[in-house]
Ligand binder design. Structure first.
Ligand code: PBG
Length: 327
């Protein structure tokens, strides 16, 4: 047997890099950072090794650490000093994200994206308003339309504090349109929206809910986040966000949903983002701790695969660790 077709020819050193289809660079990455108004000290996040919640006073320092690795963008999440049934601290001018972003945008060169949601700010932990008796109600649902105004107010308060981009993640219908109108009405028409457009009700968010203290006190998020079984529905969700004015389309989580990343890439010209979520990070760390996987190699391969599937940018907790090996 003597094959004439030998794909291996292009795998030799020298030519291998010439025919490489996908590049990963530090400028593709956004590093999530957690700012916590309940602490004066950095608190390690146990289920996300290497990540910490930092007090507002250290937000600038935290972002400088990210920038020093070569990563240029951060996504800011906040843990407020108090919670209530409406999530009032989400849009407070002196709220945790607003205070942190004000400093970060004044004192650093980072591109600042903020997560716009209510779940870290409501005492019930849901991403929108719920009925008063929701805890006892098995048919629990969110008050979608009344939530929209609060999300718009939150986005505006972030923009006012200096956010460069807002990223709504509440999975409410009409969320992107409401935020676009809210921003435009007060002159923030230049602030882009990165929509968590195809956001699945995923068990991979587990470690994040520890990190941001945002687990629902009762019920779950399946009545507003998407069913993991549904790929075509994801395309309808994305279409609506495009219509409502989303500038960047995000798929979340990333690795278990690369088919969706790839479908969105083929269908739209918009930049596509993928969120390599907390569970994707934690599981690789856990396996590496046991000596079963080479952490840096699997992390790199994961992000490369997310790009190959069609993502232009990746939100990832690996950003800082991997940046040094990227261009
Ligand atoms: C909602 C939000 C969540 C994540 C990002 N924004 C939690 C959720 O939807 O339940 C999860 C990110 C991760 O798991 O890394 N504010």
């Amino acid at each position: 047997m003597n094959p004439t077709r030998r794909p291996r020819r292009l795998r030799a050193d020298g030519v291998r890099s010439l025919v490489r289809e996908t590049d990963l660079s530090a400028s593709d990455l956004i590093a999530p950072v957690f700012v916590d108004a309940t602490t004066d000290e950095r608190v390690p996040i146990e289920s996300m090794p290497g990540h910490e919640r930092v007090p507002v006073a250290e937000a600038v320092e935290r972002v400088e650490e990210v920038l020093a690795t070569g990563v240029e963008a951060v996504m800011v999440f906040g843990i407020p000093e108090s919670k209530d049934d409406r999530g009032t601290r989400a849009w407070a001018e002196d709220g945790v994200v607003q205070a942190a972003v004000r400093r970060i945008s004044e004192e650093t060169d980072a591109y600042v994206v903020t997560d716009v949601c209510l779940c870290e700010y409501t005492d019930h932990g849901h991403c929108g308003l719920v009925e008063e008796n929701a805890a006892d109600d098995p048919t629990l649902t969110v008050r979608n339309d009344e939530t929209l105004d609060l999300l718009a107010k939150t986005a505006v308060s972030h923009a006012r504090a200096g956010a460069d981009m807002v990223a709504p993640s509440a999975a409410m219908d009409g969320m992107v349109g409401a935020i676009r109108t809210g921003l435009d009405d007060v002159g923030y028409d230049e602030v882009p929206i990165m929509s968590y457009a195809a956001k699945f009700a995923s068990a991979f968010y587990g470690p994040f809910r520890d990190a941001a203290d945002g687990a629902p006190a009762f019920g779950d998020r399946r009545h507003y986040q998407m069913d993991p079984a549904n790929g075509r529905e994801a395309m309808r969700e994305v279409a609506l966000d495009v219509e409502e004015g989303a500038d960047v389309l995000m798929v979340k989580p990333a690795l278990p949903y690369l088919d969706v990343v790839s479908a969105v890439r083929r269908e739209y010209d918009h930049p596509v983002a993928a969120y390599n979520v907390s569970g994707e990070y934690a599981m690789l760390h856990a396996a590496a701790e046991k000596g079963w996987l080479d952490l840096e190699e699997v992390a790199y391969e994961s992000l490369l695969s997310i790009k190959r599937a069609g993502a232009d940018l990746i939100l990832t907790y690996f950003a800082e660790d991997l940046a040094s090996r990227l261009d």
